[in-house]
Design a protein around this ligand. Structure first.
Ligand SMILES: [Zn+2]
Length: 206
């Protein structure tokens, strides 16, 4: 099996989009045009080939034993992009109640829990909640995604994020609009920085 790992150098300083020919700090065209609310992103793999198959099995067929390898890859990607010791709390991207009921579990929670243990940072699965029923993002073009996720999230206990650096964990980064909206809500609640990490990066986002 050959896994398509994302190069960790030559990327946009904010969204981690690979930018050919650049090695230092650089802001990609998309981030200049429409700056996301998160401060930095990291991704480990391209959502393609064997990585895509593994992730879909994890997400839809409950292959939860993949979690430890996934957390290792996330950990490596994060260390290439952030000062991980500055993270105060690890927050899984919440699933909508409907999707959670459908599958019986949230796919991000075990992954974020494992990662928080690995980096010895507080795991908080309750601080960020999804209010409900946004249309599935995968079916929408980019501008519609930003509109679709507006007001999707709420912070339950603002005191637990105030002045902190939050790390939000999700499985796939596509355009970053869901991460950006989660970051906006966390920052409105007082988070000083929001970093985001996804196991895989959609090939459609670059
Ligand atoms: Zn960017």
């Amino acid at each position: 099996m050959r896994l398509p790992f994302v190069a960790q150098t030559g990327c946009c300083s904010v969204c981690a989009r690979p930018v050919e020919g650049f090695g230092g700090e650089y802001l990609c065209e998309e981030c200049r045009r429409n700056r996301p609310f998160f401060d930095r992103a990291a991704t480990a793999l391209w959502f393609d080939g064997d990585a895509r198959r593994m992730l879909l099995d994890f997400k839809f067929n409950a292959h939860l034993w993949l979690r430890d390898d996934f957390a290792d890859w996330l950990d490596a990607a994060m260390h290439a992009r952030f000062n991980v010791s500055a993270v105060d709390l690890v927050v899984p991207m919440p699933s909508s109640p409907l999707h959670r009921w459908d599958r019986g579990y949230s796919q991000c929670e075990p992954l974020a829990r494992c990662l928080s243990g690995m980096i010895a940072r507080r795991f908080d699965p309750h601080v960020l909640v999804r209010r409900g029923g946004a249309t599935r993002q995968s079916s929408l073009p980019e501008a519609a995604r930003r509109e679709n996720v507006k007001n999707t999230f709420a912070v339950v206990r603002p005191e637990s994020v105030r002045g902190r650096t939050a790390l939000v964990v999700d499985d796939v980064l596509t355009t970053g609009s869901t991460f950006s909206e989660a970051a906006r809500v966390l920052k409105d609640a007082g988070a000083s920085r929001v970093w985001v990490v996804a196991l895989a990066r959609s090939t459609r986002c670059c």
